[in-house]
Ligand binder design. Structure first.
Ligand SMILES: N[C@@H](CCC(=O)N[C@@H](CS)C(=O)NCC(=O)O)C(=O)O
Length: 215
């Protein structure tokens, strides 16, 4: 019996919090949610109470603390193998781990220029070549995955890989980064999930403003 408590940041901005949250919700893993906002210039000192890295997300399971989005998702996949958080096929799973890790450790230009901000009115943003290169690479990952799996999600059923790219879907829409029909179809699949809709509804109600993420 698991007793998951997930600490997250502002739903409007916290892209890393969104990743484990949408995966656990979509897969029906029950957890308590504790939102601790970061609306300070230098983070929130209250993070010290639960986060060894002073960042969110953090998962507590009894006396165990797991920090970092991908570590949380890996732990959840181990605790609930029946939920199919990773694809069941070994080769697809290795591929999904590769695409998830590439997201986790990359796309810095996109992340810096286009922070997740669900409340931002949709408006195309002119971006530099470094961001365009990130967009091209992401579209190529999605195109390849969806061609092999036939969708609607990257590996057929929703998996950790979709959770890792969910905030990217938000950025693509908010900043009008791609007109590729494959992107629109994939975005439609991800944003139609009940989990996405629930997170977004909460995000839109928030009133905290993080200046650095308002571009
Ligand atoms: N690599 C970490 C990144 C976590 C991270 O940067 N979280 C941001 C929120 S999205 C944060 O806690 N920012 C507050 C701060 O840096 O003070 C992960 O994957 O969980």
């Amino acid at each position: 019996m698991k007793d998951f408590e997930l600490f997250i940041g502002n739903k409007n901005y916290s892209s890393w919090s969104f990743r484990p949250w949408i995966a656990l919700k979509h897969k029906g893993v029950s957890f308590r949610e504790t939102l601790v906002p970061f609306d300070f210039d230098n983070g929130n000192p209250d993070f010290r109470d639960f986060s060894p890295s002073m960042k969110v997300p953090v998962l507590r399971d009894g006396d165990l603390t797991v920090w970092d989005s991908l570590a949380i998702l890996e732990y959840a996949a181990e605790c609930f193998p029946e939920k199919g958080l990773w694809p069941s096929d070994q080769k697809a799973r290795a591929h999904a781990r590769s695409t998830s890790a590439e997201m986790h450790s990359g796309f810095f230009a996109l992340r810096a220029a286009c922070p997740m901000n669900m409340r931002r009115p949709i408006e195309k943003r002119n971006v530099g070549d470094d961001v365009k290169a990130d967009v091209v690479r992401i579209v190529s990952i999605w195109t390849e995955c969806l061609a092999v799996s036939d969708g609607p999600f990257l590996y057929g059923d929703f998996s950790i890989a979709d959770a890792m790219y969910a905030p990217v879907v938000s950025r693509f829409m908010t900043y009008g980064l791609s007109e590729d029909p494959i992107v629109s179809r994939y975005a439609e699949a991800v944003t139609s999930t009940q989990a996405w809709q629930a997170w977004e509804a909460d995000a839109l109600k928030e009133t905290w403003i993080v200046d650095v993420d308002e571009v």
